[in-house]
Design a protein around this ligand. Structure first.
Ligand SMILES: Nc1nc2c(ncn2[C@@H]2O[C@H](COP(=O)(O)OP(=O)(O)OP(=O)(O)O)[C@@H](O)[C@H]2O)c(=O)[nH]1
Length: 385
């Protein structure tokens, strides 16, 4: 599936860069073009893969290139005011080659959190291709404002995109490690998962997949909107060293091949999801199994689809394979789309509402600050727009 990638804010730009790194290493083209949008000049300069002429600085007249300082209403304002600049960069993209847009942002800060939903709304207005979001949730130790930002942005972003893929930074922090020091490995993990998903149908050289995951399979899985979480697991193969003269790798036992696939799919589904969710609340699913062709099997993929149907309670489970001849792994990617039972989102909304209440109480002592607050008085969090 070919995408146009838009990284918004600092985290959005860095994750977009990581996806481009993955694409370059995998030698499969799935990003047609990439654009970075930010209100902080230094963050745009810090990017490595996104071409310089595709980096758009917004909000210069208001924040002078210094970012939105975790104020996501300001993020909305600067994106709305400078939407022509963003539109100009997207107009230059070969949109006729694109199957979908992907807008990536950290939802806890100011620029990405506020601007990403504005940009998604504009893309949906202008183009017929689906617009997907990839939202990164803040760590629980980043404070109430980040949580409130994320809760508000989440509500708006999910409404403005055709589907919101979510990655919870909090669930991915390694124990004893600060979130900040873990960003590089977290970004690689996000890139790997998206790379397998988007690259699977773009294999143009032999060996071609037995069962291709083309763009329409992905689009149909994500159709209907809501929130998507992605699972991934791999299993290392004990393959003989390559390059040994005249030695052909023996064919593996078929039962072992099928068992390895079904076990890996189970681990992908029940292990580390990008956003922990109750699997039974899934509406549609997609499973992709990658690895060297002789370790792939239609029977294995179909068996895994049946298992996923039982586990999720939905009959809409698609599947396919992604041959990677040089790989030393069999890997499984499981896309769970339309999940509704997500404890982290509930928690985000509760903490966000509490933070909003505290801000209101404090602002009541300083009436002039009230106008900056969105507060409907019933404890609910308002969307950003
Ligand atoms: N996964 C991941 N999350 C990040 C990264 N950098 C920042 N974040 C998260 O993103 C949120 C902050 O968003 P940023 O993208 O830094 O902020 P911004 O959108 O540029 O907004 P302002 O700086 O306020 O203008 C926090 O919750 C961080 O934990 C990163 O490289 N990877």
């Amino acid at each position: 599936m070919k995408i146009a990638l838009l990284g918004v804010g600092q985290a959005g730009g860095k994750v977009a860069d990581a996806i481009l790194d993955y694409e370059a290493a995998s030698r499969v083209d799935f990003v047609t073009d990439a654009v970075a949008v930010n209100s902080a000049r230094a963050d745009l300069l810090g990017l490595s893969r996104i071409p310089v002429d595709r980096r758009v600085l917004i909000g210069q007249s208001r924040v002078k290139g210094h970012g939105c300082g975790a104020d996501n209403e300001l993020g909305v304002t600067v994106a709305e005011e400078d939407i022509d600049e963003v539109r100009g960069a997207v107009d230059d993209l070969p949109v006729h080659e694109v199957d979908a847009f992907l807008v990536v942002a950290g939802l806890g800060g100011g620029t990405g959190s506020g601007a990403a939903p504005v940009i998604a709304r504009e893309l949906s207005r202008l183009y017929t291709e689906p617009v997907y979001g990839l939202g990164l949730l803040p760590g629980s130790d980043e404070g109430g404002i980040y949580t409130l930002n994320a809760a508000r942005s989440f509500q708006t972003f999910v409404r403005e995109v055709d589907n919101l893929l979510v990655f919870d930074n909090d669930a991915w922090r390694r124990s004893g490690e600060s979130l900040r020091s873990g960003y590089a490995s977290i970004n690689e993990e996000i890139a790997r998962r998206l790379g397998v998903l988007l690259g699977a149908g773009e294999v143009s050289k032999p060996p071609v997949p037995e069962s291709v995951v083309d763009a329409s399979e992905i689009i149909n899985t994500l159709a209907g909107g809501g929130v998507t979480t992605i699972g991934y697991a791999n299993s290392r193969l004990d393959r003989p060293a390559r390059g040994l003269f005249g030695r052909r790798e023996p064919d593996p036992d078929e039962t072992d091949v099928v068992n390895r696939i079904t076990t890996t799919v189970r681990r992908a589904t029940l292990g580390n999801l990008t956003l922990p969710a109750n699997v039974e609340s899934t509406e549609r699913a997609l499973v992709i199994v990658s690895g060297p062709p002789r370790y792939l099997s239609r029977k294995g993929v179909e068996g895994s689809q049946r298992w996923l149907e039982e586990e999720t309670g939905t009959m809409e489970v698609r599947g396919g394979d992604y041959p990677i001849p040089d790989s030393d792994y069999v890997a499984a990617l499981v896309v769970l789309s339309g999940v509704t039972d997500v404890p982290r989102i509930k928690e985000l909304q509760q903490i966000g509402a509490e933070t909003q209440r505290n801000l209101k109480e404090r602002a009541a002592q300083r009436p002039e600050a009230l106008r900056d607050l969105v507060w409907d008085g019933d404890g609910e969090i308002d969307p950003l727009f």
